[in-house]
Write a protein that binds this ligand. Structure first.
Ligand code: HEC
Length: 140
């Protein structure tokens, strides 16, 4: 048996469940919310995100082959499809996906990666604030 720090706690079962929940917390992390990410980027930008600007940014190509909506759809309420691999992507709008924007590290990782794919540079805090304002305003 392969004892990871998580699996060690599975026994004895009763206490184990509580300990498992605590010790594996970072792995299940929901350390933030879409609203918190919106205020974070707005604060960094020094101005509140604007949904309409975010909508236009999301749908536009920025000199390259792809827009954000190439993979995420517009509006991003349905599961997206990776523009090159065809792999399914969970909906990006929090109204359609309760897990969207609940993990700071994931938010940062994908903003960095996707902005480089679409804009050939990282997005500014103002652009991220606009995207968040747009995404949190999208309703089914
Ligand atoms: C080439 C395909 C592709 C393009 C283009 C793309 N994305 Fe993504 N994006 C992904 C994939 C794949 C994920 C990871 C989905 C998952 O694991 O749930 C993702 C995830 C994200 C996340 C993380 C969501 C979360 O739950 O925290 C953000 C933010 C994001 N994308 C923003 C953007 C923005 C902004 C653009 C345009 C600048 C963009 N993406 C363009 C493929 C793409």
């Amino acid at each position: 048996m392969n004892l990871t720090p998580c699996s060690i706690h599975r026994w004895p079962l009763l206490a184990g469940v509580a300990v498992l929940a605590l010790s594996c917390w970072p792995a299940l992390a929901a350390d933030t919310s879409p609203a918190q990410q919106l205020s974070r980027f707005s604060a960094e930008a020094g101005a509140p995100g604007q949904a309409e600007r975010g909508r236009a940014f999301f749908a536009a190509r920025h000199g390259g082959e792809w827009s954000c909506s190439s993979c995420h759809g517009a509006p991003p309420l349905q599961p997206g499809k990776h523009a090159s691999t065809g792999k399914a992507i969970d909906p990006l709008a929090p109204a359609a996906n309760p897990r969207a924007f609940t993990d700071t590290a994931k938010v940062d990782k994908w903003f960095r990666r996707n902005c480089k794919d679409v804009l050939s540079r990282e997005c500014s805090a103002a652009e991220k604030a606009d995207v968040l304002a747009y995404l949190t305003s999208v309703k089914p």
